[in-house]
Ligand binder design. Structure first.
Ligand SMILES: Cc1cc2nc3c(=O)[nH]c(=O)nc-3n(C[C@H](O)[C@H](O)[C@H](O)COP(=O)(O)OP(=O)(O)OC[C@H]3O[C@@H](n4cnc5c(N)ncnc54)[C@H](O)[C@@H]3O)c2cc1C
Length: 507
């Protein structure tokens, strides 16, 4: 990843496109724009993937429930993209079995569910589902609620490290000439004769501002989209909905594959699944009324809701709060129907709209980022003078499917060339010193939380946000970022404050 360019240097370029927002949507757009020859700048007010794109459920999936809700188009697009990502980003996106248990006198039974799965597989052009009777199901899902159990249906979807997906897409974009800069906020679009012609940017760290002109400004700020729009229109489009998750030690709830079930309280779908050696329970779905500038955090009611769901399905596990290693919450940028629907009934599809020349995109899914990007560029095409056809080109250049290749793509081989003594995994930590050194050197790490929550996922995977590893990491930060002892202490305090507020159990 390239260096954070000085603000003044940004002025020297005649930008075709400035994309606001460094989540998966912004990353996808700049990747597609660059390959069509545009001069592109992407800015992110915090860290890359800091928003929803590091706090999703981490599934690359069609979304069975979207078929059930009749949204075949979204499911189909998602499944096509799922298969593409499995092919193009092996190791980063991995296929996983999902189970649904069937009980006496409950809907849907195996037959109806099997029909749904046939459609699901047909749309994905795979054949990957089956039904097994009770005993076989319990072999796969030991500890599952047994009373009235008939058997289980299995299908497949996929999992991803969401933050690394964003970084890998950005990496590809930069390889094609895109300039990206984190901790850079767009304060307002610049208008001329009622049309957006540029943007005023502020470096959040230094306070320095710069005004840039561009042919098209794209607002890819997800849940924040209305805020940037508010400078040109008073209408509101986004309904922020929060979804929270629990991360547990896998010993406390060992699941080899995922299970999806209906919460006994309200019939909403809840997942329990393995991710990076831990077990995740998620998610909730409720209106998010807190300040969007703070990372969202789980409430006590959500914690109880998720624990009670897991204990209902796995009664013998008897999970309690103390089993939770970490929590994380994301905010869905749902385009509101305005009809006061229940959160779970709002559509998950994306919307693109043009207002005074500024293109806003919001809603959608991690999985469909490539298709969202193409839709946005179609809206921008007349201004950019480009033609946008989906030629189905690969997003990712071929990279090794091993651990480093999955996380870093082609850079994996350069990481392996770092000192041999830094390559080993040690002290139970699933990240080598070499890969952290690489991130510090090349991935625009500005704060310690960038490294611990998004370049690596240490903050999600280890108790107390991985504080036991800080002594190991401190020398790397000093060497690569030139941090003094004082700066290191300030960074640790900042990280622990963020972790306690947004990744720990609710106060
Ligand atoms: C709980 C939950 C679970 C989900 N699970 C899945 C899943 O399993 N699979 C799936 O496919 N999808 C899932 N999704 C949906 C998916 O995560 C989102 O659709 C996607 O991450 C949105 O990406 P984005 O880039 O549009 O928004 P974000 O990732 O939020 O990025 C927007 C960025 O814009 C930045 N920004 C805001 N204002 C400014 C400004 N003025 N200047 C500069 N930058 C600014 C923000 O800091 C933020 O980083 C889930 C969503 C939620 C909430």
């Amino acid at each position: 990843m390239n260096e954070r360019k000085p603000m003044a240097e940004l002025k020297a370029v005649d930008w075709d496109l400035i994309v606001v927002g460094g989540g998966i949507t912004g990353a996808g757009i700049v990747r597609e724009a660059a390959r069509r020859g545009c001069k592109v700048l992407l800015v992110e007010q915090a860290d890359f993937a800091w928003g929803t794109s590091s706090r999703s459920s981490k599934m690359v999936h069609g979304g069975l429930r979207y078929i059930a809700a009749g949204d075949i188009r979204l499911t189909w697009h998602s499944l096509v993209e799922r298969e593409r990502l499995l092919r193009e980003a092996p190791g980063l996106v991995t296929r996983l079995g999902y189970w649904f248990a069937h009980y006496d006198k409950t809907f849907p039974g195996p037959w109806v569910f099997g029909l749904l799965l046939s459609v699901y597989d047909l749309l994905a052009r795979v054949r990957d589902h089956r039904y097994v009777a009770r005993a076989k199901f319990l072999e796969q899902m030991p500890g599952y609620r047994e009373q009235g159990l008939r058997g289980g249906s299995r299908y497949t979807d996929a999992l991803v490290d969401d933050a690394r997906l964003v970084l890998r897409v950005l990496e590809e974009a930069m390889g094609a000439g895109v300039c990206v800069r984190n901790y850079t906020r767009v304060e307002a679009p610049l208008l001329h004769a009622g049309e957006v012609v540029g943007a005023r940017l502020r470096d959040v760290e230094s306070g320095e501002t710069v005004e840039l002109s561009c042919r098209t400004l794209i607002n890819a700020t997800g849940a924040w989209a209305d805020r940037l729009r508010s400078t040109i229109t008073t209408s509101k489009r986004v309904r922020p909905l929060r979804g929270s998750h629990l991360v547990l030690a896998s010993e406390r709830l060992p699941v080899r594959e995922a299970t999806i079930f209906m919460h006994p309280k309200d019939g909403r779908a809840v997942f329990i699944y393995p991710w990076q050696g831990r077990t995740i329970i998620g998610t909730t779905d409720l209106d998010h009324q807190q300040d969007l500038d703070e990372e969202a955090h789980i409430s006590r009611a959500e914690l109880d809701y998720l624990l009670s769901a897991a204990n209902h399905e796995f009664p013998a596990a008897a999970l309690v709060e103390a089993d939770v290693i970490a929590t994380f919450s994301g905010v869905r940028p749902i385009v509101s129907s305005g009809r006061g629907l229940h959160p779970s009934q709002e559509k998950r599809d994306h919307s693109v709209f043009v207002e005074q020349g500024m293109i806003t995109v919001t809603g959608g899914k991690l999985t469909t980022f490539r298709q969202i990007a193409l839709d946005v560029l179609r809206a921008a095409a007349p201004r950019l003078g480009i033609v946008v056809r989906d030629r189905g080109e690969a997003v990712f250049a071929p990279a090794p499917a091993d651990r480093l290749g999955a996380r870093f793509g082609r850079a994996a081989r350069q990481i392996e060339a770092l000192p041999a003594e830094e390559q080993a995994l040690r002290s139970g930590l699933d990240y080598s010193l070499a890969e952290m050194r690489w991130s510090l050197r090349h991935e625009q790490v500005v704060h310690l939380d960038d490294l611990l929550l998004r370049r690596t996922r240490i903050g999600l995977l280890y108790r107390q946000g991985g504080s036991e590893f800080l002594a190991l990491i401190a020398p790397l930060c000093r060497q690569e970022l030139g941090w003094s002892e004082e700066r290191w202490q300030a960074e640790v305090e900042r990280y622990q404050r963020i972790w306690q507020r947004s990744y720990a159990l609710p106060a």
